[in-house]
Design a protein. Sequence first.
Length: 94
Amino acid sequence: MSTARGSRGCVGGGSYGGLCAGLAMRCVGADAHVYERSAQPSRIGGGIVVQPEFAEYLEAFGYARLEVVAVPTHERRFLARDGSVKSVAPDSSF
C-alpha cells in the first residue's frame, strides 16, 4: 500500500461518507481534516441507518462515539415522495 505521508487534505461534510474518507486518508498517513457546517447533530432531517459494526469501526479509531454523532430512534417513518408520512413502525432494534 502506498502512503501519503506529508500530504494534507480536507473533506467537506461530516456525513458518514465524509468521516470514512477522512479516516481513509489518515490511515495512509495524510494529515486529513473533516469539516461540517452544523455545530451539533440535529433531530431534524433524514436519518442514516448505522449498523453496529460501522459504529464500532469509528469508535476503534477514536473518531466518534455513537452517542455523540447519532440520535436514537424509537420508531421508523416511511415517507412518500412528497415528504408526507406513509406509515410508522416501531424500531425493532431496541
